[in-house]
Each structure stands twice: as C-alpha cells, then as structure tokens.
Design a protein around this ligand. Structure first.
Ligand code: ZN
Length: 307
C-alpha cells in the first residue's frame, strides 16, 4: 500500500511516499505563505510528483503548531498564518483527493522514531523536540497519542520553575523558558552583559551551539547554563514518566546534537524524582531521524489508520 506524508513547517513542506514500511520517494518545496489555496496547490503538486498514478489511498499531514485533529484547525502558529483558524482538513482532502489525517509535527515525528528510528519496536515513548522552542509527541500502546483534541504531548509548556521567566505562551517558568535555545541564548547574553566572565564573551555568533561548545571545553558559566537546562528537562521527564510509565524518552530537535551533554543531566534530575521501578525501565536516547521524521511519521500514521 502506498501512503503519503507531508510535514508543513515554517519554511519548507517535506513530503515522503511510503510503500508498506519502506520510504520510496521524497520531495520538498518552500512553503507559500500567501494563502491556504497556494499551500493546497503545493500539496497537490507534491502528490503528483510522488504518486503520478494516483495510487495512494491515504495521506498524513503534520503541521508545526497546536492543531485540532478533527478539523485541521491550527489554533496557535506564529509560522503558518495561512492555516490559522481555518478548517484545513477538508481543504487538504480536496487538494489531495484522499482521506487525510492532520496532526502535530512532533507527534508524527515520535511515531516515526518508533517505526524507523531511536525507539524501534517500543510502544510507550515520548519524543521531546528541543530547539529554538520545545515541543513533544507521544506514542502510547504503539499508536500516536493525540489526546482529546490533538494537543497532547506539549511538554514544552509544562511548568518546571514556579518563579521562572515569562514564556511566549503567556505563562511563567515553562520547560521552554528553561531549556529552549532562544531563552538559553538570551540568558547567556544577559549574564555576559552584566559582567559575567566566560569564553562566550568571544563567541560569534553567540548561539546554542556556542554555549554547548564552551561547556565541552570546560567553561564554568556555560556548564551552569547546560546544568540548568538539563535539570529542567529532567524534571519534566520525571512528570511524564510518573504519569505514563514510558519505556523510552527520545531527545530530538537542534539540542539533540548535544545529547551527550544533556542526557546525563536529564537522567540525574529525573532519577531523583521518579519511582525507582518506573525510572529503572526507562531509557533516554538521542533521536535518530532527521528533518524527514515529521513527514515519515505522518505517512506511517495514515497507513496505520487506513488498515
Ligand atoms: Zn509556555
């Protein structure tokens, strides 16, 4: 069976074709932001490219943001204005002329890691995508878990620091404000501006990669920043483990490149806050799939649901 998967991000639409469990084609296009019509035309073009004989019977569309699974309505997205507050699912189905599952991109990526990546063969998995922002996706009982509306897994906005910084979501002390790259860099910049001494004073650009590099070289200030981020991730993981009794937590997104520094800190903080029986069976690893994870997971979800 041929199934199609699309991942609509802020910059690119990634597309894949899955035949049974093998990726047999992929495509990419720069997102046209001007209207939903333009976006739908792009999906139709990518379908023609990947499936010229119109063989596919179902497609999955992963979207960056809080997306209602029943309607495809994106309720919050700074990156995809043309999808905000419109019922996109029927429009995608009209464009692709097949049934479409609309889902959050991190949920799709989590399912892809279970099927093809760092959590192959497991059934109870959380993927945390830690980059500029922080998101998450769940697979429970071997199925993508979307919750009642499609909003499950948003671990970036669980409160981990009661007196923490203001978050873009309107709350305070979210996981994202403690470990998201945007906040990490902001915290470094503010401290350096107030006279803290660190090798980061010479970093150009001062970004998350520079902070991890400085930490690796033993810079005390950078190590403190990483300790704080890893501890916050660990506290959030403890909540997820304690509630969901997971087999594995996969760290993805840009910060996964520094998983060797983060994972020991995450595990230290999680171990101290989780029942031994639960922590003991859980493992923590870096994601294996790269930028195609969302599209692959969306296609795999559509395939699972079409069966
Ligand atoms: Zn938040």
């Amino acid at each position: 069976m041929l199934t199609l998967g699309f991942d609509i991000g802020g910059t690119f639409i990634k597309a894949v074709a899955l035949r049974d469990l093998a990726v047999v084609g992929h495509g990419e296009a720069a997102v046209r932001h001007e209207s939903l019509e333009a976006l739908c035309l792009q999906l139709a073009d990518l379908r023609r490219e990947l499936d010229p004989t119109s063989e596919a019977k179902a497609a999955g569309v992963a979207v960056a943001g809080l997306v209602d699974k029943a309607t495809g309505r994106l309720t919050a997205s700074p990156h995809l204005p043309s999808l905000r507050n419109v019922d996109a699912k029927p429009r995608f189905e009209a464009a692709l002329q097949i049934p479409v599952s609309v889902m959050n991109d991190a949920t799709a990526a989590a399912f892809a890691e279970v099927r093809y990546g760092a959590a192959r063969g497991l059934s109870h998995v959380l993927l945390i995508t830690a980059g500029t922002g922080v998101g998450g996706g769940l697979v429970l009982n071997g199925e993508p878990y979307e919750g009642a509306s499609g909003f499950a897994g948003e671990i970036g906005h669980v409160p981990v620091e009661p007196q923490g910084d203001a978050c873009a979501c309107g709350k305070h002390g979210c996981l994202e404000t403690e470990c998201g790259a945007y906040y990490l860099v902001g915290r470094a910049r503010a401290a350096l501006g107030s006279g803290v001494h660190s090798s980061l004073e010479k970093a150009d650009p001062l970004d998350a990669a520079a902070i991890f590099e400085a930490a690796r070289a033993g810079d005390y200030f950078a190590l403190n920043l990483i300790d704080r981020a890893g501890s916050a991730l660990g506290r959030a993981c403890a909540m997820a483990l304690q509630i969901l009794d997971l087999e594995r937590i996969v760290i993805g997104g840009g910060l996964a490149r520094s998983a060797d520094l983060l994972i020991p800190r995450i595990m230290g903080a999680a171990r101290a806050r989780t029942f031994g029986e639960i922590f003991g069976r859980a493992s923590f690893v870096a994601a294996e799939l790269g930028h195609q994870a969302g599209a692959i997971g969306a296609a795999a979800t559509a395939m699972q649901r079409a069966r």
